[in-house]
Design a protein around this ligand. Structure first.
Ligand SMILES: NC(=O)c1ccc[n+]([C@@H]2O[C@H](COP(=O)([O-])OP(=O)(O)OC[C@H]3O[C@@H](n4cnc5c(N)ncnc54)[C@H](OP(=O)(O)O)[C@@H]3O)[C@@H](O)[C@H]2O)c1
Length: 253
């Protein structure tokens, strides 16, 4: 039986994954804002002692950091961290901490959870981080001097850039921890209906497959269920290092 932390586990792919895991006897920590949807999960028969809800708005760095601390305190061993939380806005919004919302939720929160939970993950036998994101823009299209898209915001661009930043997060994470046991897996699902438990397709099953049997490589990627190459060119590694530096600035500034 495994212990999974699912960020964005109250709806869509994350919720379907949570249900599948609870059904087979795993322990699941669901992170999200939707208390009502979480209550319904908590009330499922036979799962009460194995499902935990951490209410958090992961757009806020302070909330992601709080989640890290709570998980570390309550779950010393975590087998899998699954990152599914996202939002989509057609207009640019900044959080109360002054960070563009997609950058904060889709990338910075995933960075904080990935790095912050290493301590609990390394205690597991075959730990894995599954970062579920979507389409990506090419490296040349990343707005390095304007990651928060203050100029010419477009919701689709924000999501695409977020996908690329997560890929680079995986590259940098694998470089740092790849000699150890934690495996980083990037999953880009086929398009499905967001916010729906029924329309999630094969993605929860494919996440479960890598949770149960993580690939041997420190970093791996799957697009619509098929394993693909990973970003491992010198340019990718330079971009990952550049992003890591920019991220440190964003997290301390
Ligand atoms: N759906 C697709 O067609 C598709 C295609 C390609 C890739 N993907 C990727 O797959 C992943 C999951 O997508 P999905 O379709 O399952 O999404 P979804 O149905 O929209 O669910 C998003 C999840 O994120 C949580 N969330 C949103 N804002 C949050 C916040 N501020 N703080 C904490 N949690 C928050 C939501 O919970 P609360 O509202 O309770 O907070 C919900 O659990 C995403 O990364 C997405 O980019 C999806």
């Amino acid at each position: 039986m495994k212990t999974l932390v699912i960020a964005g586990g109250t709806d869509g792919i994350g919720r379907a994954l949570a249900l599948a895991c609870l059904e087979r006897g795993d322990t699941v920590v669901v992170v999200g804002r939707g208390e009502e949807r979480a209550k319904e999960l908590l009330a499922r028969r036979g799962v009460g002692a194995r499902v935990f809800f951490l209410k958090a708005d992961l757009r806020l760095l302070a909330e992601s950091r709080r989640v890290v601390e709570e998980v570390k305190e309550r779950f010393p061993v975590v087998d899998a961290l699954v990152l599914c939380a996202r939002c989509h806005r057609s207009a640019r919004v900044e959080t109360a901490e002054g960070i563009e919302e997609n950058l904060a939720l889709l990338y910075l929160s995933r960075y904080l959870l990935s790095h912050g939970l290493v301590e609990s993950l390394v205690r597991a036998e075959r730990p894995v981080i599954v970062n579920v994101a979507g389409s990506r823009v090419p490296l040349e299209a990343v707005r390095w001097d304007d990651l928060g898209l203050a100029r010419d915001y477009h919701g689709g661009v924000a999501l695409g850039q977020g996908g690329t930043l997560n890929e680079l997060l995986g590259v940098a994470f694998a470089e740092t921890y790849g000699a150890g046991r934690i495996r980083y897996v990037l999953i880009a699902p086929a398009d499905i209906r967001s916010g729906s438990e029924e329309g999630v397709g094969e993605t929860p099953a494919s996440i479960l497959a890598v949770v149960d049997d993580p690939p041997a490589d420190p970093l791996s990627a799957f697009v619509e269920g098929r394993r693909t190459g990973v970003a491992d060119s010198p340019a990718d590694r330079r971009a990952a290092a550049r992003l890591r530096e920019l991220t440190r600035g964003l997290l301390t500034g």
